[in-house]
Design a binder for this molecule. Structure first.
Ligand code: AMP
Ligand code: ZN
Length: 114
């Protein structure tokens, strides 16, 4: 997608701190971190949101979460805990229309999230 900031990052046409890349998934550091660790795992495929995922995207969705868990383990977050979040649409606060999983860690998170 031409005007998608995350597609530009994935294509290395926009600077970002890329922390992971494979054939299907790219992960970056969030530019406005909300916790000591704040990463975004995204599919190379431009899916605007989870609402646009279909049955054929099941592998990609699985990869997103296994990469999220890998990144959390790399940062020693698994014993204390961490949060994975997908915001979907305006009421959930989605601001970038390219599906991404937030990986947040390094502090306590409360529930409900507000
Ligand atoms: P969401 O609000 O769930 O759509 O999440 C979008 C996230 O992308 C926010 O946490 C932003 O801080 C982050 N973000 C936006 N632009 C960039 C960028 N150029 N590089 C890294 N993170 C970004
Ligand atoms: Zn995109």
């Amino acid at each position: 997608m031409d005007n998608c900031i995350f597609c530009k990052i994935i294509d290395h046409k926009q600077p970002a701190k890329i922390v992971y890349e494979d054939e299907q998934v790219v992960a970056i550091e969030d530019i406005r971190p909300q916790s000591p660790v704040h990463l975004l795992a995204m599919p190379r495929k431009h899916l605007p949101s989870l609402n646009d995922a279909e049955g054929s995207d099941a592998t990609i969705l699985g990869r997103l979460f296994t990469v999220a868990a890998h990144l959390a383990r790399e940062r020693q977050l698994e014993s204390r805990g961490y949060r994975t979040v997908i915001n979907n649409g305006p009421w959930a606060g989605q601001t970038v229309d390219h599906l991404h999983v937030h990986v947040l860690g390094g502090r306590v998170f409360h529930w409900p999230p507000g």
